[in-house]
Design a protein around this ligand. Structure first.
Ligand code: PMP
Length: 308
C-alpha cells in the first residue's frame, strides 16, 4: 500500500491512536542509536476467520530480545499478546502483518539509554507476498553477500534489535543492485548464516540441513515450524556449521521467515541449485505449511490465535 493511504489505528502504550498521530521526537534515543526491538507477525485469513500465526512464540522472542538489551517492557507478555489481537480487530483486518516495537524514547542525548522512557507500539498493515507470488512457486535467484553477519559478542544475533537491520540493509541493497532477489550472508567464521530477513535450509542426499543457533542467526519461528513439519515427513533437521560450497551442491534450498514464508531458492551466484525448480522436499514442507495456515486447522500444533 502507498504509505499515504495508510489509515487506521496504532496501539501506543496501551491506547489506540490514529495512524498519522503516531509520532516521536527526533531527539529520541532510538533515532540516534538504533535502540529498538521488534517483531514481525502474520495474521492469515483462514477458512475459520483471521488467525495470528504463533503469536505466543513471537511475543516470547520480543521479550527475550528486550531482556538482552536490559529493556524492561512496561507490559506483561499476556498484555502485549492481547494487544496484538485487539489491534487486528480494531483495524478490521482479515489478513495482516503485525509489527510490535519497543524503543527508547526522548529524554537525554548520550549513549547511556537508561534515563530514556521505554515506549511500545503495535502497528498492523495489509501485506502480500514479500518476495512475490512467483518466488513461492518458482524460487528466487540469490547471491552470497560480500557482507558478513555480526561477529558473536558484537551485536547479539538472537535479539531482533533494530540496529541489526543496518547489517541486513547492506545485504539486501547489495543483492538488489546486483540483480538478485536476496543475499545470503556468511558469519565471521565463513560459514553460512542467513538472509537479510530469512533463515536458510538446504537439502542434500535426502537430508535437511540448517545453520545452528551459534551461526549468527535469528532463531526464526518459521524455522522452528519447518522443524516440526519436516518431522511429520520423517525428517530430522541437521543443525550445524555449513560451508558456503554446500549451497552450490545442494539438491534443494529454501528460505523461511514470517515475510518470506517458505520460498525456494533456484540459484546462488548464478549456479543452478538441483533441477532449478522447487524441489520435492521443499514442495512437501511448503504445501503443508500453507495448508495449516489457509485451512485454519492447526489441531496438531495449536499455532493459530483466532482473532474473532
Ligand atoms: N533472520 C532474520 C535476520 C530475520 O529478520 C527474520 C525475520 N524475522 C528471520 C531470520 C526469520 O524469522 P521468523 O521466521 O521468526 O520470521
Amino acid at each position: 500500500m502507498d504509505p499515504k493511504d495508510e489509515k487506521g489505528k496504532i496501539w501506543h502504550n496501551g491506547k489506540f491512536i490514529d495512524w498519522w498521530d503516531a509520532k516521536i521526537h527526533v531527539m529520541s534515543h532510538v533515532v540516534h542509536y538504533g535502540s529498538s526491538i521488534f517483531e514481525g507477525i502474520r495474521c492469515y485469513k483462514t477458512e475459520k476467520g483471521p488467525a495470528i500465526f504463533r503469536l505466543e512464540e513471537h511475543i516470547k522472542r520480543f521479550f527475550d530480545s528486550s531482556k538482552i538489551y536490559r529493556m524492561d517492557i512496561p507490559f506483561s507478555q499476556a498484555e502485549i499478546t492481547q494487544a496484538c489481537v485487539d489491534v487486528v480487530k480494531e483495524n478490521k483486518l482479515q489478513s495482516a502483518y503485525i509489527r510490535p516495537l519497543v524503543f527508547r524514547g526522548y529524554n537525554k542525548l548520550g549513549v547511556d539509554p537508561t534515563s530514556c522512557p521505554i515506549e511500545v507500539i503495535i502497528a498492523v498493515m495489509n501485506w502480500g507476498r514479500y518476495l512475490g507470488e512467483d518466488a513461492i512457486n518458482f524460487g528466487i535467484d540469490v547471491k552470497v553477500s560480500s557482507w558478513n553477519r555480526m561477529h558473536p559478542n558484537t551485536f547479539p544475533a538472537l535479539s531482533k534489535a533494530g540496529a541489526n537491520y543496518m547489517n541486513s540493509q547492506l545485504i539486501k541493497m547489495e543483492a538488489q543492485i546486483d540483480g538478485y532477489a536476496e543475499g545470503i550472508a556468511l558469519n565471521s567464521s565463513g560459514f553460512i548464516s542467513e538472509g537479510s530477513g530469512e533463515n536458510i535450509f538446504l537439502v542434500r542426499n535426502n537430508e535437511i540441513f540448517t545453520p545452528s543457533i551459534g551461526s549468527s542467526i535469528l532463531p526464526g519461528i518459521t524455522r522452528d515450524s519447518v522443524f516440526k513439519i519436516a518431522s511429520e515427513f520423517g525428517y530430522g533437521i541437521i543443525e550445524t556449521e555449513i560451508p558456503r560450497e554446500m549451497l552450490y551442491i545442494a539438491d534443494e534450498l529454501f528460505f523461511t521467515g514470517t515475510a518470506a514464508e517458505v520460498s525456494p531458492v533456484k540459484s546462488v551466484d548464478k549456479i543452478i541449485i538441483g533441477s532449478g525448480k522447487r524441489g520435492p522436499i521443499t514442495t512437501k514442507i511448503q504445501k503443508r505449511f500453507f495448508e495449516i495456515l489457509e485451512s485454519g486447522n492447526d489441531a496438531d500444533y495449536g499455532w493459530l490465535t483466532f482473532v474473532e
